[in-house]
Design a protein around this ligand. Structure first.
Ligand SMILES: NC(=O)c1ccc[n+]([C@@H]2O[C@H](COP(=O)([O-])OP(=O)(O)OC[C@H]3O[C@@H](n4cnc5c(N)ncnc54)[C@H](OP(=O)(O)O)[C@@H]3O)[C@@H](O)[C@H]2O)c1
Length: 280
C-alpha cells in the first residue's frame, strides 16, 4: 500500500547534496509526502534548477548554497531550515568518490577532497542538526553509507574507508542519543545510476578494470527514484539501518537482470572515464 501523501506534512527536512542524483530523489520523496524540503549543494545554478523542479511538482522547496566542508555554510543551512519554523529531518547525503587506483600513488589532494566531503561534511551536518533535535526531544538524522562501509575495497580506499567511518560515526551517535527521542539512521542505497558512477577518474593503468563496474551496475544498479524510496520508512520508524544490497537482493535482482536482458544492454549506461597522467 502506498504511504499517505501527507504523512510528513508540517515537517521541515534538509537533504545535503540534493542538486542531483540520489539526494535530489530523496528530497523529492520527502517533499512528495508533504515535508517542506531544503536543498543544498555547492552549485547555485544546479540548486536553483532542482528547487524549481520540485516547486513545479507542487512541493514546498527552497535551496541554500552550501559546501559541507565549511562549518559556516552548514550552520547557515540549518538556519535556513529553522526559518521555516522547525527542523525535523536532516539527511547527510552529500558525498564524493575518489580517483580509482592504489593508495600508494593516490593524489594527496584528491584524498583530502573525499575526506572533506564524506567525513568532515557528515560531522558538520550532524554537529549542527543534533543540538536542535536534542533540544526539542525529537528529530531524524540519516547518514548515507556506501561501498566499503562493511570492509575493505581495493583501489577505492579514500571513498570506501570514509564510508566505513560514516558507519562507525553513525552507530556512535545512535549510542550517544539513546533515550533522547532523537533517531539516528544509516542508509546504504546500493548501486545508484548517478553522475558518481557515470563519471569516474582513474589513475593511469587502472582504467581497464572499470569495465567490470559497468557489468555490476548493469546487474544491480537502480534509478535514484527507486533507491530513494526506503528513506521514507527510515524517517517514520525506529529502524536503525536500511541496506539495499543484501545477499537476497543480490541474487534476486541479478537473476532478474539476466532474464530480462538488462545485462546485455549495459552499454546503454555509458561511463565517462578520465585518466590521470602517470606523473600526477
Ligand atoms: N551512486 C551510487 O551508486 C552510490 C552508492 C552508495 C552510496 N552512494 C552515496 O549516495 C550519496 C549521493 O551520491 P550520488 O551518487 O547521488 O552522487 P552525485 O550524483 O555525484 O551527487 C552528489 C551531490 O552532492 C553534492 N556535493 C558534492 N560534494 C559536496 C560538498 N562538499 N558540499 C555540498 N554538496 C556536495 C553535489 O553537488 P555539487 O557538486 O554542486 O556540490 C551533488 O548534488 C553519496 O553520499 C554517495 O556516497 C552512492
Amino acid at each position: 500500500m502506498d504511504a499517505p501523501r501527507d504523512m510528513l506534512a508540517g515537517r521541515v527536512a534538509v537533504v545535503t547534496g540534493s542538486s542531483r542524483g540520489l539526494g535530489f530523489a530523496m528530497a523529492r520523496v520527502l517533499g512528495g509526502h508533504g515535508a517542506s524540503v531544503v536543498l543544498a549543494s555547492r552549485s547555485d545554478a544546479d540548486l536553483a534548477a532542482a528547487v524549481d523542479r520540485l516547486r513545479t511538482e507542487g512541493m514546498e522547496a527552497s535551496g541554500r548554497r552550501c559546501d559541507m566542508a565549511e562549518l559556516a555554510d552548514v550552520e547557515a543551512l540549518r538556519d535556513e531550515a529553522l526559518a521555516h519554523g522547525t527542523l525535523d529531518i536532516w539527511v547527510n547525503n552529500a558525498g564524493a568518490s575518489g580517483v580509482y587506483g592504489p593508495t600508494a600513488s593516490t593524489p594527496v589532494e584528491d584524498f583530502a577532497r573525499v575526506v572533506r566531503t564524506n567525513i568532515l561534511g557528515t560531522f558538520h551536518g550532524s554537529r549542527v542538526a543534533l543540538p536542535v533535535f536534542l533540544g526539542q526531544g525529537h528529530g531524524d538524522l540519516v547518514n548515507v553509507y556506501g561501498q566499503g562501509d562493511q570492509g575493505p575495497v581495493a583501489l577505492q580506499n579514500a571513498y570506501a574507508s570514509s564510508k566505513r567511518w560514516v558507519r562507525q560515526f553513525t552507530e556512535t551517535l545512535r549510542a550517544e542519543t539513546k533515550g533522547s527521542g532523537v533517531r539516528v539512521h544509516g542508509m546504504n542505497p546500493g548501486l545508484v545510476i548517478t553522475d558518481m558512477l557515470g563519471s569516474v577518474t582513474s589513475q593511469a593503468g587502472y582504467e581497464q578494470r572499470l569495465g567490470g563496474l559497468q557489468v555490476v551496475v548493469g546487474l544491480w544498479g537502480q534509478t535514484p527514484e527507486v533507491a530513494a524510496q526506503p528513506l521514507l520508512r527510515l524517517v517514520t520508524s525506529d529502524a536503525a539501518e536500511f541496506r539495499d544490497l543484501t545477499k537476497a537482493t543480490l541474487v534476486g535482482r541479478g537473476l532478474r537482470s539476466v532474464l530480462t536482458g538488462r545485462l546485455r544492454r549495459r552499454n546503454r549506461m555509458p561511463m565517462n572515464v578520465t585518466v590521470l597522467d602517470a606523473h600526477h
